[in-house]
Design a protein. Structure first.
Length: 602
């Protein structure tokens, strides 16, 4: 073992304890340097875990294939181990913390044999924040270390700051759960059939076992920045949310900051990096997945992006849909997981123009355009440094963040939900978030395309009782010191409504700038809207459709509020709210009653 580069007592004690339990062959302290990245990726190429891409096409970039069973978050295996079961609420899996620790200690015993345990000190958000949010991940996966270097600020500077400030850190233990026994040959993607992604909210700890996949293993992301942080946020009066953050500048130079919560694989990355089709409008990216938001002394809600990279859905990404993602990736320094490999050392996935005549697919098999299966897993991902994004906003680096003008909730719904509507007020906005629904996607293991409630796009990420979480959202309004004008306005969008032939009614992507313009005009009190039972919806004339070739019938269908479709939602929302018992804030029941009354009058 190399000499520990720190004297941090709690850190050293924890590492000793984990090493004694997991018995790795060696311990490596990660410094976050370029040399370390090169050493790690060279080793991973050597063992066959990574394939180096062509230097001219994707410099310093790599192709990874997971075990076919380890491709997404495992919600069924994700646990909130609060002391009191009631604190996990009806939307989380729960196990008693002592019981879970006992069970997982059994799994961890000797699990790093034959492997290296890496110590990864990381910081979520800028190191010069007033209260930097530190974590330390211990992992036996060099793939995870390489990915953490992209996704978080990590290494020597973080360790030094951790020591200097004497700040606390979130201990995050990860093992792929695949000890390498004497003389045994390793596989390209070791993992374990048994998986546990466990969170201990009271002690702010994370224990992950068995999976090497993104959301299960890069513990700074969903585990820390959402599940653990949401608990801290509840206690301290802020919000940790599954949201993109964008800066939007109008042709007149007016700047607006917009946050958006859409469930996994429902369009955050794409909206955050959007290239407007409307002349003179400019989008800059602050974040694409996670927003930490607190009220400032000015009574406005300020948002920061705690991440350092983008872990984006690959399929569907190309120069027509998300050119800024393509430009980011062209700069290299990226890891691509479960996409297809071209014969000339580049990557390809569904949606990226014409397929080449031959590929190696995500399972390592030959693939041609005649193949029946897709070449890339639907949840294949690119992992790339956010600082390479050509439209990254300067404010990304500012630890104070940006003041949010509007919050968009949205989901993937074939029916019912119009292209955009505006909440009547804050509590109605919270109602819209609390009843958010979306068709499930490949981002989590399980059935795809089933409508489920995904409150604030946080269903898999709320670290406590969702009823308390709704109350917390309602209470947040107090941060605006009674000045409702300072609260973000809430909107609900749906880019995914379909017509009779199954076609998307709205072209989406860059054309979503037309919806953003309407949102800005509503903030200015300018744009027209009709008051419907569900909120304010634009008239077709209120949307700027300059240069857009859209069938007026499709547009009308995209904007339609059909009372019958909405009536059908009522029993589902009632059933959803009933789950929360006494914890469901009464004002949300009142919102549902008011909606029923408005629908009855419609
Ligand atoms: P996570 O990283 O899982 O949290 O997802 P995300 O919300 O960032 O989703 P992302 O932007 O990566 O989009 C997921 C999928 O939806 C991709 O295949 C996109 O091509 C597709 N998509 C995004 N925006 C639109 C849109 O406006 N219209 C349509 N039809 N598809 C879209
Ligand atoms: C999501 O599923 O919402 C993601 C990908 O952003 S993962 O990090 O794998 O959770
Ligand atoms: Mn996400």
């Amino acid at each position: 073992m190399t000499q520990p580069p720190t004297s941090h007592p709690r850190l050293l004690a924890w590492i000793d304890e984990v090493a004694a339990l997991t018995t790795p062959d060696r311990i490596v302290w990660c410094d976050g340097s370029e040399a370390e990245w090169t050493r790690l990726t060279d080793e991973l190429v050597e063992t066959g875990a990574l394939v180096r891409l062509d230097e001219k096409k994707k410099p310093n970039s790599f192709w990874a294939r997971t075990d076919p069973s380890d491709v997404a978050r495992v919600e069924e295996r994700t646990f909130i181990c609060s002391v009191d079961e009631a604190d996990a609420g009806p939307t989380n899996n729960w196990m008693d913390p002592a019981e879970m620790k006992q069970l997982m200690t059994g799994l961890y015993r000797g699990c790093m044999r034959g492997r290296t345990m890496y110590v990864v000190p990381f910081c979520m958000g800028p190191l010069d924040a007033v209260e930097p949010m530190f974590g330390v991940e211990l992992t036996d996966s060099p793939y995870v270390v390489a990915s953490m270097r992209i996704m978080t600020r990590m290494g020597t500077d973080v360790l030094a700051a951790l020591e200097q400030t004497g700040a606390d850190f979130v201990p995050a233990l990860h093992s792929i759960g695949a000890p390498l026994l004497d003389g045994a040959e390793d596989v390209a993607w070791p993992c374990n059939e048994t998986k546990y992604i466990s969170h201990f909210p009271e002690t702010r700890e994370i224990w992950s076992f068995g999976s090497g996949y993104g959301g299960n293993s890069l513990l700074g992301k969903k585990c820390f920045a959402l599940r653990i942080a949401s608990v801290a946020a509840r206690d301290e009066g802020w919000l940790a949310e599954h949201m993109l953050i964008m800066k939007l500048t109008s042709p007149e130079g007016v700047v607006r900051y917009i946050a958006g919560a859409f469930p996994s694989a429902c369009g955050k990355t794409n909206l955050a990096m959007l290239e407007p089709t409307l002349d003179g409008w400019k989008v800059e990216t602050v974040g694409d997945d996670i927003a930490w938001m607190r009220f400032g002394e000015d009574g406005r809600l300020w948002a920061t992006n705690p991440e350092f990279g983008l872990f984006g859905v690959a399929p569907g990404t190309d120069f027509h849909t998300n050119p800024n993602a393509m430009r980011t990736l062209a700069k290299g320094n990226s890891v691509f997981t479960n996409v297809a490999l071209t014969d000339d050392g580049d990557i390809w996935w569904e949606g990226m123009g014409e397929p080449p005549a031959h590929l190696t697919d995500w399972k390592g098999n030959d693939w041609t355009p005649q193949s029946e299966a897709v070449s890339s897993h639907p949840n294949s991902r690119f992992c790339t440094p956010i600082e390479q994004c050509p439209i990254l906003a300067d404010e990304y680096h500012d630890p104070r963040g940006v003041p949010i003008d509007a919050i968009l909730f949205g989901g993937r719904r074939k029916t019912t939900i119009p292209l955009v509507s505006e909440a009547r007020d804050w509590v109605h906005g919270v109602y819209l978030g609390a009843t958010l629904s979306s068709e499930t996607t490949a981002a989590a293991v399980g059935q795809v395309g089933v409508v489920r409630r995904d409150p604030m796009a946080m269903l898999p990420f709320i670290g406590y009782h969702a009823g308390d979480y709704f109350q917390h959202w309602i209470d947040m309004a107090k941060g605006a010191s009674g000045d409702a004008a300072k609260l973000p306005k809430v909107f609900y969008v749906n880019w995914f409504r379909r017509g009779d032939e199954g076609q998307f009614l709205w072209p989406g992507f860059g054309e979503n700038s037309r919806v953003l313009k309407w949102v800005c005009e509503r903030l200015d009190g300018k744009a027209d809207a009709v008051e419907t039972p569900i909120g304010h919806v634009p008239t077709p004339e209120a949307l700027d459709l300059t240069g857009l070739d859209i069938d007026p019938a499709d547009l009308a269908a995209a904007l339609r509020v059909d009372p019958n479709e909405w009536q059908a939602e009522i029993p589902q929302v009632t059933e959803w709210f009933t789950k929360f018992g006494d914890k469901l804030p009464a004002v949300l029941w009142a919102e549902l009653d008011a909606l029923k009354a408005r629908l009855a009058d419609a």
